[in-house]
Ligand binder design. Sequence first.
Ligand code: SAH
Length: 350
Amino acid sequence: MYNSQNKPDIMSMTPEELEGFVESIGEKKFRAAQLFSWMAKGTPIDEMSNLSKSFREKLKSEADYRLPKIEKKLVSAIDGTIKYLMALEDGECVESVFMHYEHGTSLCVSSQAGCAMGCKFCASTLRGKMRNLTASEILGQAAAVSYDTGERVDGIVMMGIGEPLDNYDNVIRFLKLVSDERGMGIGLRHISLSTCGLVPKIYDLAEEGLPVTLSVSLHAADDETRDALMPVNKKYNIAKLLEACRAYFLKTGRRVSFEYTLISGKNDTKEDAVHLASVIKKGMRAPCHVNLIMLNEVAETGLKTTDRARARAFAEELQKNGVNATIRRRLGSDINASCGQLRLQKLENE
Ligand code: SAH
């Protein structure tokens, strides 16, 4: 676990673990629940009003409270989407995006500083992976946003920077903490975890008994195309990936959703759509959904997005072939809300 201060990382602790910590610094056990609830709201230690001054001083000197610092905040004039650049205590930066939908708010969180997966279209992986985030640093993004906005975070998507299943233990701990009723209490059914397809970890996740929605970044219907776009496919090909998705559905009863980013000239023809429908139906034999994403162009990659008409035709072709599909709405298009781009800009300026 990353820890530069050598002090207990209290925001990564469950309420039960916190009891041990508060006792170790001479406080009563029941204070742990109060502390847990304050941290879930992103409250600075000095504002934890039902804790004594001496307890707060002890927290400041003896605990490591991993609340990220808001380094930059961009608000979309179009739809109110807020993009945050958050600084972690060692100076690493990650991004979080807060979105408003009709049915509630949703926060996109990062799980790693950078990413090792090497997908060819993605800004987050251009400089590789620096490190995993701790559970507290993932949770801290949600806490910092709810403190900053004063709004409740209703749902979470793990679609920010990083590959969540490449930081498995911290992500599982985060899921347990964020869904704990004594803290944020965000229902696991309101949480989506997106993966590029680390197959063994999908099987592990299915065994955890955590009913999160699994989102799988597919982006191609044949191995040749997927190999070229996503290096992970050379290790776990489409057939193996779909087998794991089917197992996830059978074990959890949760509908799996697929992400498919449309890239001009790479994966966006009518034939690709027909092929995709057939591969998914054969592989899944279960309810599923395809989210079509318009590529967010990242200058360094040289890849171009598909035009709207072609995207609509692609969606129609999937539907015609019996696969549920929607084109994802683009929120925050005026603030570059796709993850990875703000962090990259910052790295480039340094
Ligand atoms: N590592 C995870 C989650 C992070 S990315 C994963 O691969 O699923 C969230 C989604 O955005 C993924 O489907 C990813 O492939 C997609 N994505 C990445 N860069 C993109 C870009 N430039 N334009 C559109 N979608 C992109």
